[in-house]
Design a protein around this ligand. Structure first.
Ligand SMILES: Nc1ncnc2c1ncn2[C@@H]1O[C@H](COP(=O)(O)OP(=O)(O)OP(=O)(O)O)[C@@H](O)[C@H]1O
Ligand SMILES: [Mg+2]
Length: 208
């Protein structure tokens, strides 16, 4: 089973967008996908509730009576969408339970500063130090070869964390999510946008 967490304490950086896109890509690959929405805002759960039944199924993942997320036996991909502000004990606990962490980062100065403590915390965590958990950084709403992209690279060079890909800003993300779908549910359009995800998808399925 793949256990993937999408996290970054900065609000609005694209965590839920990332989590549901990855979930729907795996669902289209015939994986049995469950999504846990740990955020009180319940963005990905609401998206899931709108998802047309004709599409590749994605199941909501609920905590048990003790509030613990135990992945169902049939699950082959467990996706965790996490809230803004995640840090400390709660972060450590989740890092012990997953194999991969995807961190969407928007390239603004505020976003980078807000991510700094998180990256330092990640780097100090045992699961990361022992290389038990793989971390991928994704530039969200970033165009390669722009000044923002260079700033992001410079910022990340302090942490020895890989920038796996960049996803550009596009209104189709907003529209897709409003309809309970993702760019991976529509075949024709958005090919160039889907291509931007490929390095991340490859990273997720490659054995570490
Ligand atoms: N690549 C993109 N292009 C355009 N809009 C985007 C992109 N990624 C995310 N958005 C939009 O940005 C907003 C914030 O994204 P999202 O809700 O995924 O962030 P979040 O990190 O989950 O936020 P929160 O911390 O509040 O949970 C949403 O309206 C989403 O549709
Ligand atoms: Mg969210």
């Amino acid at each position: 089973m793949r256990k993937i967490m999408v996290a970054n304490p900065k609000g609005g950086c694209g965590k839920s967008t990332m989590a549901i896109h990855l979930a729907s890509w795996f669902a289209r690959c015939d994986e049995v996908v469950y999504v846990a929405d740990l955020d009180r805002q319940q963005s990905s759960r609401q998206w899931l509730a709108q998802r047309p039944a004709s599409l590749a199924p994605i199941r909501p993942w609920e905590p048990n009576a003790e509030g613990v997320y135990v992945a169902p036996q049939a699950c082959s991909v467990a996706m965790l969408d996490t809230p803004a502000g995640l840090h400390g004990k709660a972060l450590k606990k989740l890092l012990d339970a997953v194999d991969r962490v995807v961190v969407p980062v928007a390239p603004s100065q505020f976003d980078l500063l807000a991510s700094r403590d998180f990256f330092e915390e990640l780097a100090e965590t045992k699961a990361v130090r022992k290389d038990r958990v793989g971390i991928a950084i994704v530039g969200m709403r970033v165009e390669p070869r722009t000044r923002s992209y260079q700033q992001l690279l410079e910022f990340l060079s302090q942490f020895d964390l890989p920038l796996v890909t960049c996803i550009r800003h596009a209104q189709r993300y907003v529209h897709a999510v409003e309809s309970g779908i993702t760019l991976f549910d529509s075949n024709g359009q958005a090919e160039s946008d889907r291509e931007q995800w490929q390095p991340l998808l490859d990273w997720l399925v490659t054995r570490r």
